[in-house]
Each structure stands twice: as C-alpha cells, then as structure tokens.
Design a protein around this ligand. Sequence first.
Ligand SMILES: C=CC1=C(C)c2cc3[nH]c(cc4nc(cc5[nH]c(cc1n2)c(C)c5CCC(=O)O)C(CCC(=O)O)=C4C)c(C)c3C=C
Ligand SMILES: [Fe+2]
Ligand SMILES: [Fe+2]
Length: 346
Amino acid sequence: MARYSALSDKNHDQLHSKLKQNATRTGILITNLGTPDAPTPAALRRYLAEFLADPRVVEIPRLLWLCILHGIILRIRPRKSAALYRQIWWEKGSPLLVISSRQREKLQQQLGDAAVVKLGMRYGNPAIATALREFQAEGIDRVVVLPLYPQYGGPTTGATFDAVAGELRRWRRVPQLHFINSYFDSPAYIDALGKSIATYIDSHGMPDRLLLSYHGMPKQFLLSGDPYYCHSLKTTRLLREQLGLDEDRVITCFQSRFGKAEWLQPYTDKTLETLAQDGVKSVAIACPAFSVDCLETLEEIAIQNREIFLDAGGSRYDYIPALNDGDDHIAALAALVKPFLPSHHA
Ligand SMILES: C=CC1=C(C)c2cc3[nH]c(cc4nc(cc5[nH]c(cc1n2)c(C)c5CCC(=O)O)C(CCC(=O)O)=C4C)c(C)c3C=C
Ligand SMILES: [Fe+2]
Ligand SMILES: [Fe+2]
C-alpha cells in the first residue's frame, strides 16, 4: 500500500544524519556587556546609542529619553568617554574584549570536546546573535547561556536574555536552552574571589577597610523588584564569612552613577572621600560584579577613585583586579556549566 511521504527514506536518513550531526556537543555561550570598537568619539557614539537606547538600561518614558539621548547625551558623552577609554586601551583592543576572549579560550580548554565555547557581547561585537548562528551552523542543538554577571541585574542579565530571545524568535527550531541567570552565591565563585582578596592581604597586609564596590543602578530598579542589590549584599556577606573579616572592616558600595536620579547607595566615590576625611589611611577595593576588568574598574576605580581617596587625606589605595582569566575563575565558570554537559551524569 502506498503511504504518503514527503521525502524518500534515503533522503530522510540523509537529512537526519545532518540534523543529528553534533547532538552530543553542547554550546556554551559566555556573554558580557560589550565595548566600543575603538576609543574614538565615532565608535563611542555607535556603542552608546545602542546601549543607552535599551529600555532595560534607562527607564525614562521612551520619546522623552530618545530626545535627551540624541539631543544632548550623544553630542557630549562620546568625546568624554573616548578620552577615558584611551587611558585604558590596550594594543590588542579594549581590555573587556581582550580578557573575555582569553576567558573563552581557557574555558574551552577546561571543558574539552564535550563543549564548544563562544563569546557574545550584548552591545557591539562579537554579537550574541552571531554566536548563536554559528552553533546552529555547527549542528549544535543544546546551548547554555552564561552571562558573566554574578549578580542578576535587569540592565545586564535581563538585557542579555532579550538578545538571545530576539535572535531565537526567528528560528524554526529553537535549541534546548539553559540560561544561567546569576551565580552571586556559587561556592566556586565566592571561593575564587575570596582567594584573590586573601592573596592580596597576605602580601600587602590588612588595609584599614576593604571596599567591595559593585556597579550601581537607579534605586528605583530595586524598588521595582530588581534583585541586584540583594544579590550584591549576599555576595559581600559570603565573602566576609569566607575571609573571616569583621563586619565593620568591610564596606559594600556602588559605583558608576549615571544621570541625575538617586542610585543605589552608598556611592563608592563619596564613601572613599568620607573615609579619608575620617582618618582612614589605607583601603583595598575589589569589584565583585565585574567578571573582567574594563573601563569601570581600570579607569574609574583604579585611577579616578584613587585620586579622590588620596586627595582627601588617605595614604594607601590598592585596587584588587577582577578575576579575569585566572585559573580559579575559569574553574568556577566551568563548575557552573558542567551540570548541563551530557557527560555529567555518565
Ligand atoms: C545608564 C545606566 C547604566 C546602568 C543601569 C548600568 C548598569 C550596569 N552596568 C554594568 C557593567 C558595565 N557597564 C559598563 C559601561 C557603561 N555602563 C553605563 C551605564 C549604565 N550601566 C555606561 C554609559 C557605560 C559606558 C562607559 C561610559 O561611557 O561611561 C561596562 C563596560 C565598560 C567597558 O570597558 O567597555 C560594564 C562591564 C553592570 C554590572 C550594571 C548593573 C547591574
Ligand atoms: Fe554600566
Ligand atoms: Fe533585600
């Protein structure tokens, strides 16, 4: 009896072997915010226009904000920001991108053949959509997305999800997808951070205060339900416990304020100024929300805020670098994705 078939059996088998080609390999997409392509006003204008137009990042009524953004901000900030980026730019490019690429390579080495690790940036290049399409072209139908933001934030983690979903909504066949939306309390991450701070204290001595400076966001985001602030405080508490430090030695603060609204407090720059005025002589400062060093750590924290503290009477200021592509960090990232690799339970 004739049966209906859209394909001959032979063609169907061929199609199947193609579709199943890479079914045992898992795609790992690590992501970060992104960075301008060059430290120039033109590149910054492109980058900031995309970034600051995202309603996850700036929650001001659309039409009003787009007028302010294009009428004022994008006429002034690109030149200012370009000058700041020039101070920290490396021969190989933006530190954020250079270090992220190294993280990708090392994570690939650590995970071996079971995984294909790619890097995607939320704004600018290499794009998240490009990485997803490469997985598709390689026949990979399981993807783990790991945004490298330990503390969940709508403007960061949430916006990353938008980029993933925005690409996949055009696909006929959506891959099996795991989205790791935070790891602020993951033991391996806390352990890696704790070790990097302990190593610092061992070689330099305990400073009068240890500051943990997280990227800020408008206070209204917290009031509207963003868990970022709570995640940040929890990271601080776990770190303090791991290091065995007293509560009054460790200060949580928030940096990189933008615009006129109130942001999460206390502000890092104001805190440093007040501490110095109150007679605190030495501080060490780490930025647990930054998986890699970038403008906000290398320029704002390591250069600008150092000046603020020293000018206000402090005498010793040390920035403890981000975990970057250090072995402990890569091991911590591997631990986050391993449960999703097929071999995990084998
Ligand atoms: C305008 C509002 C902003 C919010 C909210 C915000 C949240 C936020 N950002 C990070 C991490 C990074 N931010 C970086 C750069 C950057 N951030 C803002 C503004 C907001 N961020 C601007 C305008 C810029 C561009 C630089 C400048 O012009 O000042 C970076 C990358 C820096 C680089 O080296 O390229 C990171 C990383 C977090 C974690 C966060 C809230 C959870
Ligand atoms: Fe930011
Ligand atoms: Fe809370």
